[in-house]
Design a protein around this ligand. Structure first.
Ligand SMILES: NC(=O)c1ccc[n+]([C@@H]2O[C@H](COP(=O)([O-])OP(=O)(O)OC[C@H]3O[C@@H](n4cnc5c(N)ncnc54)[C@H](O)[C@@H]3O)[C@@H](O)[C@H]2O)c1
Length: 214
């Protein structure tokens, strides 16, 4: 029996590759963690080429100010809260559809797997909150599920899910097991999802920066 779809993964696209920004004009784009850093640049970039951007973040002050400056739409959204991500997607659908989703929200910082604590003969280890791992991996998994669902509500579009990964998705990142695992995790998510593009119609890719100072 012939396979139901043919899977041909594309090669990595060189960072300097050119594209036609006209293709993005009028597209409805969602960005998570769009109020600052890389996400803010992504929001600004899409607005500049004429896309309609709806972005979420936990930083209300920065999000609202950026939305006002650019004429974009800001939605309060913690990626770990399903209802808030759902609202972000619903708000975007109201604007005409969902064409491109950038799962960017992420966190670095003190790792709770390796977190030091005083060791006595009788104490127990403290429970790690695993916030970095959860935001960077579970938050992206929520975004991927919502993207897959809402893309199907937007027929006749070249649906694209772009995940902000990291060089830590490819290498050993000492002292940061939560971050390292989360970034390998989102790369794994991409590798599984891309192989079903033929069925879902959702293109999936990662962008893997190393150190980007702000
Ligand atoms: N800056 C770098 O050098 C670098 C390198 C590789 C990968 N990255 C990745 O790029 C992405 C953006 O990082 P950045 O450096 O721009 O960081 P940043 O801290 O400047 O921006 C992250 C944004 O995400 C928001 N955010 C944090 N937790 C959130 C949550 N639970 N829900 C929604 N929004 C939340 C923050 O408020 C902030 O606006 C992350 O996924 C990060 O891991 C960054």
């Amino acid at each position: 029996m012939p396979p139901r779809w043919k899977f041909t993964p594309s090669e990595a696209v060189p960072a300097g590759a050119t594209f036609d920004p006209q293709n993005l004009k009028g597209k409805n784009v969602i960005v998570t963690g769009g109020a600052s850093g890389i996400g803010e640049f992504v929001v600004r970039g899409f607005v500049e080429v004429g896309a309609f951007v709806t972005f979420g973040d936990v930083d209300l002050a920065r999000g609202e100010a950026l939305a006002k400056e650019l004429g974009a739409v800001f939605v309060k959204c913690d990626v770990l809260k399903w209802e808030e991500q759902l609202e972000l997607f619903k708000k975007t659908l109201e604007r005409g559809g969902v064409d491109v989703v950038v799962a960017n929200a992420g966190l670095d910082g003190e790792d709770t797997i390796l977190k030091r604590q005083p060791i006595t003969p009788s104490n127990d280890p403290t429970e790690p909150n695993l916030r970095i791992l959860r935001i960077n991996l579970i938050g992206v998994a929520y975004t991927a599920r919502l993207a897959n669902f809402y893309f199907s509500r937007t027929p006749k579009s070249d649906h694209s899910l772009i995940i902000t990964a990291s060089l830590s998705s490819y290498i050993d990142h000492p002292f940061s097991p939560e971050y390292n695992a989360s970034k390998w995790g989102v790369r794994g998510l991409m590798r599984s999802l891309r192989s079903t593009t033929g069925v879902s119609g959702m293109r999936v890719g990662v962008v893997a920066p190393w150190y980007v100072p702000f």
